[in-house]
Design a protein around this ligand. Structure first.
Ligand SMILES: *Cc1c(COP(=O)(O)O)cnc(C)c1O
Length: 462
């Protein structure tokens, strides 16, 4: 063994303790470090011939790279939709790396059974029936991709072709209908060989991002042949929800596949006051839910649910002599794009085991309350204008006067030490959005963010 490896193996417990201290110090800095540091990155260094072991790496990371990392795990990182990591989720993720399982096969240990238990808990959390099978993937983009891959195989089943065998071209032109599809849906269609052009926009209701059901019904009546509906349960700008029950009815009448992108909107199911937003979710043929957002597990984690795991196995089966037969419950290696994968379920298992339904409901409730409070503060701040009602956990707003993209970028920059907001376009205007999904965010963070925005729009003279 190389002497540096041997020395580290010798001192492993002490080195892990030092690493733990570095992690704790980083987490302790979240409240005060710039939310997104803007200093230039350090100059690159060449690969070392002799590295000096873990201690040397830890010191250099702390000096050169750690100061440039964002407080993405912290309470005022409101960009995109970015959850943090609960203490239990973080512990689960550490242990995932420590155990370093490749739990994709029943020839291995209990890993895939743990994943199945976790999928069962998630099903209960989101009010799904046992008819939905679930698998872990790396994020909502991959979850949408897998869901649409199953939809593609289903289209083949309806048209009498086996896409997994004969390729997507055998389908001819495919139509994928959606009102306000997330950008990852177009990416998935590109990857799947259906083409970004397959995405056909369905009109939305006036002043909303939700599908106009009557318009969709007319489109379906004119279209012959099976197609795919992508419903949105939580759009990123205004957290709008399609009427999932109405879409499921149309699916039943017109013979479509219903995929629901509920990346973070599925969490509405945890709170009785908001659960109606996702009523009908269980009727979907496939569902995407992100876990590294509102479940607050570390990147990267999402789940893909489907009622047709048989078609999923047709797409992703990886037959090889050494992997064992498919059987009735195929090993995970036959269900996702990856063959090998980490025991990704463990972080979700830990946080669900540690805090249960009630703990996770409280996170959702507090995020929604925070978004509403910031929305009220924005509406009451001269110079700012709320662009949509705060339906759940996103505040979408702009400048009351002359809202150019440059001026909004300058506003985001002016508050960046205190809070991270990301730009968007909504209702024909450049805008900013603040998305709440971190378990650490409190009233104090909302006040601090509102105050920073108010100072920034008042300008330096005040
Ligand atoms: C975040 C998000 C995605 C993509 O998620 P990743 O985890 O970044 O792959 C897809 N759809 C919706 C609605 C999202 O909010």
């Amino acid at each position: 063994m190389h002497p540096e490896l041997a020395a580290d193996l010798d001192q492993l417990p002490a080195l892990l303790e030092e690493t733990r201290r570095a992690a704790a110090a980083f987490l302790a800095s979240l409240d005060e470090r710039p939310v997104v540091p803007r200093a230039d990155p350090p100059a690159r260094t060449p690969l070392a011939e002799r590295g000096g072991g873990l201690r040397a790496a830890l010191a250099e990371f702390g000096e050169r790279w750690e100061p440039g990392l964002s407080a993405g795990a912290g309470p005022r990182y409101f960009g995109f939709v970015t959850g943090g990591a609960t203490p239990a989720a973080l512990a689960g993720d550490w242990l995932t790396a420590a155990a370093d399982q490749n739990s994709n096969s029943s020839l291995d240990g209990a890993g895939q059974q743990l994943e199945r238990e976790t999928v069962g808990w998630l099903r209960e959390l989101f009010g799904l029936s046992a008819a939905h099978a679930g698998t872990f993937v790396s994020g909502a983009t991959m979850s949408n991709t897998v869901g649409l891959a199953i939809a593609r195989q289903w289209l083949g089943e309806r048209l009498g072709v086996d896409v997994a065998e004969d390729g997507a071209a055998a389908l001819g032109r495919v139509r994928v209908l959606s009102g306000s599809a997330h950008s990852s849906v177009a990416k998935a269609l590109s990857v799947l060989g259906l083409g970004r052009g397959a995405l056909t926009r369905v009109p939305v209701l006036p002043g909303r991002e939700a599908v106009d059901v009557a318009a969709l019904e007319r489109m379906l009546a004119e279209h012959d042949g099976p197609c795919v509906l992508v419903a949105n349960a939580g759009t990123v700008n205004t957290v709008d929800f399609d009427d999932l029950r109405a879409l499921a009815d149309l699916r039943d009448r017109h013979g479509c596949w219903l995929h629901v992108d509920a990346a973070f909107g599925a969490f509405a199911a945890l709170v009785p006051e908001h659960a109606a937003l996702v009523a009908g979710l269980d009727r979907a043929d496939s569902i995407c839910v992100d876990l590294h957002k509102w479940l607050n597990v570390p990147y990267d984690s999402a789940v893909q649910f489907t009622r047709r795991p048989d078609l999923q196995a047709e797409v992703f089966r990886n037959a090889a002599a050494y992997l064992g037969p498919l059987g009735e419950h195929p090993d995970l290696v036959h269900l996702t794009p990856e063959n090998s994968h980490r025991l990704r379920a463990l972080a979700a298992w830990f946080t669900l085991r540690a805090y249960g339904r009630a703990g996770h409901r409280e996170i959702v409730e507090r995020c929604v309350a925070g978004a509403r409070a910031l929305g009220e503060a924005v509406a009451g701040t001269p110079g700012l204008r709320l662009l949509a009602p705060v339906r759940l956990n996103v505040v979408c707003f702009t400048l009351a006067e002359d809202p150019t993209a440059d001026r909004l970028a300058a506003l985001a920059e002016a508050v960046a030490d205190e809070a991270f907001l990301t730009p968007t376009h909504y209702a024909g205007l450049p805008a900013l959005r603040a998305a709440f999904s971190n378990w650490r965010t409190t009233d104090a963070d909302v006040r601090r963010t509102a105050a920073a925005l108010a100072r920034a729009v008042r300008g330096p003279e005040a």
